[in-house]
Design a protein around this ligand. Structure first.
Ligand code: FAD
Length: 467
């Protein structure tokens, strides 16, 4: 179906990007053969291109399109669904060199950046100006802005601020024909025709390549307060979430749930303990932000009272950055901690309406029992997004476990969809979750395929993903 990259193509690519940015040696290609979905999903590219500007991207895509060569865009490779893995070989288009923040516009409250900017670099830069980019995921220190847009990343603050897509005001997109199309911009409203900008967000590199990104900024909140709340049962923790949100009178910016095993592993990994680890079966980590200390205090006292009413063992308040960091370090490292125990683990991120989280957690436990395994659960409980990680039983070798693990995660994803949710809340579909998408969005897939054909008639953009 696709052609191979031959010497003529390599010569052309060198002509476009220069010798240094066209990588063909096996050791160099290896690094780009997998993302955080791990070794079992790895595939070698035939060549890696490190683009330095829009013009180079445009020429590379045009060349690939005319010669029917697949192209896989790649950000930081922190994705967990194989999205940046070149499953058909071909050209891997790395955006790592396009890492400039081009503008911080304090009047229009936007920033314009290249796709290879590490998201945390943007967050820190705008914070120096008293501004805040709220669309960042938990992988903020490693992932790139372009990858965040392509996966419509979420994070812990979606309940208050929305996911990455909520903060994307403009994109410069390069299509396989080589055409460069600016969409949106610094304007905040646009009811003029179809919303192509939103269509690009979450397209996982299957429609075009983002070469410039305009993001929304807001004033940086002056204060944050975190509550760590241990519970003796999973049910009481999760049933408290809607109460906390209602009783606090203002939206918390994060309501995170972690079960006992997740906390235990993250605690070993980070060498940091949370209070009540011996007794607690589950925790909520709740954050409020704002500009008035008095109002914050009122909110967290109300939230704390709601937690105690629903059976919290205790409520711990972290009011300074050091105490907060101790809590969030453990939460942020949850995935790495699981990977330290099982490097081949794949995590699901199904999403359900928040009212159905208790039911979904119960179902996940039942599915775990069916397969004779523990499934670790952590959730962005405020927005219904549940991360589940089936732990490999010691007697099953990784090669055998891989397909069982996929089956478990597909079951969870399909179950979530049947409850009015979706297979992925923030990681995307990529290569790993195609089956779950196929089962749960059967009627939408033919429409999605038609949309893809409009932008990418030859199907060269990140083939093997989503569908
Ligand atoms: C420890 C850890 C924590 C994480 N926490 C979160 C979290 O809280 N929330 C969350 O949503 N995800 C999380 N992730 C997953 C991952 O970090 C996100 O999916 C992230 O958005 C991927 O960005 P990236 O730059 O690494 O993209 P990559 O993995 O390189 O690529 C991801 C997809 O985007 C496409 N792509 C990349 N750049 C472009 C571009 N410029 N134009 C078009 N397509 C492009 C790729 O083709 C691929 O399909 C986490 C991962 C880890 C390892």
């Amino acid at each position: 179906m696709f052609n191979k990259v031959d010497e003529r193509i390599i010569d052309n690519l060198i002509g476009i990007c220069g010798t240094n940015d066209v990588l063909i040696e096996e050791e160099e290609l290896e690094r780009y053969s997998q993302d955080e979905s791990g070794r079992f999903y790895a595939h070698m590219p035939e060549v890696v291109i490190r683009a330095e500007n829009t013009e180079e991207i445009s020429k590379v895509l045009k060349l690939a399109n005319e010669n029917l060569i697949p192209v896989t865009p790649r950000g930081a490779g922190s994705g967990v669904v194989g999205g940046a893995v070149p499953v058909y070989g071909g050209i891997l288009l790395s955006l790592e060199k396009m890492n400039q923040i081009l503008e911080i516009d304090k009047v229009n409250l936007v920033a314009i950046a290249e796709p290879g900017v590490v998201t945390n670099d943007l967050c820190k830069k705008v914070a120096e100006e008293g501004l805040f980019y709220p669309g960042y995921p938990m992988s903020v220190e490693t992932s790139f802005l372009g990858g965040n847009v392509a996966t419509n990343a979420g994070g812990s603050k979606v309940i208050k601020y929305g996911n990455t897509g909520h903060h994307i005001l403009g994109l410069e997109v390069v299509f396989p024909s080589g055409e460069v199309l600016p969409l949106g911009g610094k304007r905040r409203k646009d009811s003029s025709g179809y919303n192509l900008l939103n269509l690009m967000v979450g397209s996982e590199g299957t429609l075009g390549v983002f070469s410039k990104i305009t993001v929304n900024l807001i004033p940086l909140p002056l204060y944050t307060v975190d509550l760590l709340v241990p519970f003796s049962t999973v049910e009481s923790a999760i049933q408290t979430v809607p109460e906390v949100i209602r009783e606090s009178k203002v939206l918390p910016c994060a309501v995170e749930f972690l079960d006992r095993l997740s906390v235990e592993l993250a605690s070993i990994y980070t060498k940091c303990r949370w209070e009540y680890q011996e007794q607690a079966e589950a925790y909520l980590l709740i954050q409020f932000d704002g500009n008035s200390k008095v109002q914050l205090e009122e909110s967290y006292i109300r939230a704390g009272e709601a937690c105690l009413k629903f059976g919290a063992l205790e409520v711990f308040v972290a009011e300074n950055p050091f105490a907060s960091e101790r809590l969030w370090r453990l939460r942020r490292n949850y995935l790495e901690a699981i990977k330290a125990v099982d490097p081949y683990v794949v995590t699901g991120d199904a999403v359900v309406p928040t009212s159905l989280i208790p039911r979904m957690l119960k179902r996940i436990k039942e599915i775990g029992d069916e397969y004779g395994t523990d499934i670790l659960c952590a959730a962005h409980a405020g927005d219904g997004n549940i991360h589940s990680a089936p732990l490999r039983p010691e007697n099953i070798p990784p090669e055998e476990w891989q397909s069982i693990q996929e089956e478990i995660l597909d079951k969870i994803a399909v179950e979530a969809s049947s409850l009015g949710g979706a297979p992925s809340g923030e990681h995307g579909i990529g290569y790993v979750k195609k089956k779950a998408l196929y089962i749960s969005k059967k009627r939408e897939i033919p429409v999605m395929r038609e949309v893809k054909k409009v932008f990418d008639p030859n199907g060269i953009m990140n083939p093997g993903k989503i569908f």
